[in-house]
Design a protein around this ligand. Structure first.
Ligand code: ADE
Length: 240
């Protein structure tokens, strides 16, 4: 299986780039537009790693290039997120059951929040096999014993969520485990192309008034935590 791995910012892919280089297999970098794709092997799994930039358009563009130009069989999106699920703490992890675009709104024409005309549901289901591999990887990743990975919905939108009103609307409309800015765009592109996908996120903040400060303190640690689990996951995928 050739796996595409997408992170939005450099901290989310640095460890993956380092591991690609350390693998001993050749690494090939190629540009498409402003995006640099790094092909190599991660823990025995053929992989293409790329930093897509923040937001849904960047993520969608990147996912389509991974599929069209690099013929990946699966896409994994890694990074940080704001936690919404009850009891979720900073540096816990979420693995997506499904993803939704919380800022997509044609409710004026009778569609449910998040639903895109021409589709049957606002929710894009993640691949169950990849999700199981992510959970197994988390167990193997030597994480601190108090940390956990929970399966749940990922809500994505082109906004860093800090305001109570926005957080409450997203929670009411979608009941997500976390919010971030790319996963559901990757999900839509992957689903349209019938490519399985997974979203792994480590919690950097709780999407409230503390979010900016908490993100500044924990984003790097969260990014590295998620990347570490992705590497473990690719090892599992390579051996199955
Ligand atoms: N990524 C990390 N924290 C986030 C937040 N609060 N809102 C959107 N994306 C995030």
């Amino acid at each position: 299986m050739r796996c595409g791995v997408i992170g939005a910012v450099s901290d989310e892919v640095t460890l993956l780039f380092e591991e690609l280089k350390a693998s001993g297999s050749p690494v090939k970098a190629s540009l498409r537009g402003n995006l640099e794709f790094h092909e190599g092997t991660l823990r025995g799994c053929p992989a293409v790693v790329v930093c897509c930039g923040v937001g849904k358009v960047n993520a969608a563009l990147c996912a389509q290039i991974l599929i069209s130009d690099f013929a990946v069989d699966a896409i994994v999106n890694t990074g940080s997120a704001g936690g919404l699920a009850e009891g979720l703490a900073v540096l816990d992890m979420v693995v997506a059951t499904d993803a939704v675009q919380h800022d997509f709104d044609v409710t004026a024409f009778g569609y449910p929040p998040g639903q895109i005309p021409g589709t049957d549901s606002p929710f894009w289901p993640a691949d169950p096999g990849l999700r199981a591999a992510a959970l197994k990887a988390f167990e193997r990743s030597g994480k601190a014993p108090e940390r956990r990975m929970v399966p749940g919905r990922v809500a994505s939108g082109d906004a860093f969520v800090t305001e109570a009103s926005m957080r409450e609307r997203i929670a009411r409309d979608f009941a997500p485990a976390c919010v971030e800015m790319e996963g559901a765009a990757v999900a839509q592109v992957a689903a349209v192309n019938r490519v399985p996908f997974a979203i792994l996120r480590s919690i950097s903040d709780l999407a409230g008034h503390e979010a900016t400060m908490s993100y500044e303190d924990f984003a790097v640690q969260a990014a590295h935590t998620s990347a570490g689990v992705v590497m473990e996951m690719l090892g599992i995928l390579a051996s199955t």
